[in-house]
Design a protein around this ligand. Structure first.
Ligand SMILES: [Zn+2]
Length: 470
């Protein structure tokens, strides 16, 4: 890259913008010059102009390196395929082999690297003149992308060569945005297929994707037919306008909220979160559920199972509202998922519980099981499992009493001594054992008189003390 910088006599090698008078020359110049001709002091503006020239040179170097990287990737890919074919292997296996090697060296996903290898071979094959111009830094990545994107429908090599030959000189003179318009016009000369047919093919690519960003935010992108995409944005704009000026949200915030409300609830009432009934796996650390938002670090952040963080308030709202979350139990040392369970018991488990309990299990209560809630004896939020040994029917009235966040001394404690046998400890310390109704015959060895002494002072028929795993 050349600049307009005036070369100083005696300057040595290095970027042109660095070649100024050196101290010795400067001192000589000061001595021999009349006072009125003293060199101008270095101003901030002069430094900024130097920085601008440096930026242009750095970006040009980056462009050249990016083109070089594409060439390297393509070369690696071709050798990998040739090697695999020579050994009668699937070429894809050869590519994957090198992708894994590169991925591990760079701590990147081998899938990403494999994609880059394939993409680079394709770029080199389809757009050689464009990649060469990129290497000379006469165009940059934005221009390359436009030529590739707009020229993608061209199937014939000669047509592609003519297309890029027409566009590269324009790319050297303008921005990618302008180039895109020129490229579209250029493309029309080569397209024999009518727009309707092209659109029919293009619309098979429609999709909605989500990309997780920082700070508990994500980007939802929809690839849609143009009319629908503009229709969606226009509808959101009109609805946001109609919301009224006294809404404290910004116009952009309103549009985003309406977008979510419409998709999740089909009702733009601002309650999108209530509409989430999809099955989503979430890892919520106990301290987040308990409302401790001050902690930092990896173990204090609620995450979707794909690792995307979600804000603690949303995590708590969802944990309290939905019964469809799946909980992941992770190995504390390695963080691997070792077990999953869901809050909601399976149909089979519900049938078992209904047959076992038949009515509310609160001592003395006879409310029919079909009208009861299924309660986690050890709360789900406290790692209680969704299994028959930790579930029991409680009528709404008793469920609320058990779950009430009364102060320690006034709280009822409920435990399952063995699966199905519940021990209720009252605020005054009285313990009541509630056995499930006897349904089948009782055999000798497990008869009540042979039962061990229970821990809570009442006879527990057929019960064996077990250590609860949580
Ligand atoms: Zn009850």
């Amino acid at each position: 890259m050349s600049t307009d910088a005036v070369q100083q006599p005696g300057a040595e090698s290095g970027p042109e913008w660095l070649r100024g008078p050196r101290p010795a020359e400067l001192a000589a110049a000061l001595e021999s010059t009349e006072p009125e001709a003293a060199p101008a002091p270095v101003t901030a503006r002069a430094v900024a102009e130097t920085a601008i020239r440096a930026l242009v040179e750095v970006d040009a170097a980056i462009a050249s390196l990016q083109a070089m990287r594409t060439q390297l990737l393509a070369g690696i890919g071709h050798v990998a395929i040739d090697d695999a074919l020579a050994e009668r292997l699937d070429p894809a296996v050869g590519l994957r082999d090198d992708a894994c090697e590169i991925g591990l060296l760079q701590r990147r996903s081998d899938r990403t690297v494999e994609g880059e290898l394939t993409q680079s071979m394709l770029q080199m094959e389809r757009w050689p003149a464009t990649i060469a111009a990129w290497g000379r830094a006469s165009i940059h990545r934005g221009h390359v992308r436009v030529i590739e994107d707009i020229g993608a429908p061209l199937r014939d090599a000669a047509e592609r060569a003519a297309f890029e030959a027409a566009l590269i000189p324009q790319a050297e003179q303008t921005t990618p945005g302008r180039l895109r318009m020129l490229a579209r016009r250029e493309l029309e000369q080569y397209l024999t297929e009518p727009l309707a047919a092209r659109h029919a093919e293009a619309r098979t690519q429609r999709d909605v994707t989500v990309t997780d960003l920082d700070h508990g935010m994500s980007m939802v992108r929809g690839l849609l037919p143009t009319v629908l995409a503009h229709g969606i944005v226009d509808r959101l704009t009109q609805m946001a306008r109609a919301t009224g000026a006294d809404d404290p949200r910004s116009f952009a915030e309103l549009r985003a909220d309406l977008f979510a409300d419409l998709l999740l609830t089909a009702d733009p009432n601002g309650a999108a979160i209530a509409g989430i009934t999809a099955l989503v796996s979430v890892v919520i650390p106990t301290n987040v559920l308990l409302g401790d938002d001050q902690q930092t670090g990896d173990d204090a952040v609620a995450r979707l199972s794909n690792g995307a963080p979600i804000d603690p308030e949303t995590a708590r709202l969802l944990a309290g509202r939905t019964k469809l979350w799946t909980r992941l139990f992770t190995d504390p040392l390695r963080g691997h998922v070792v077990a999953v369970d869901s809050y909601k018991p399976s149909r089979r488990l519900r049938a078992l519980l209904r047959a076992r309990d038949q009515h509310c299990r609160w001592p003395g209560c006879t409310a029919k099981a079909v009208r009861c809630d299924i309660d986690h004896t050890v709360p789900w939020a406290a790692e209680g499992k969704t299994e028959h040994g930790n579930l029991a029917h409680l009528c709404r009235r008793h469920h609320v009493l058990k779950g009430a966040q009364l102060s320690g001394a006034r709280r009822w404690k409920v435990e399952q001594v063995t699966p199905g046998v519940l021990a209720f400890t009252s605020p005054t310390g009285e313990v009541y054992i509630d056995q499930p109704p006897q349904v089948g015959p009782v055999f000798g060895e497990r008869a009540p008189e042979a039962a061990p002494e229970p821990a809570w002072g009442a006879v527990v028929a057929g019960a064996q003390r077990v250590d609860l795993p949580f």
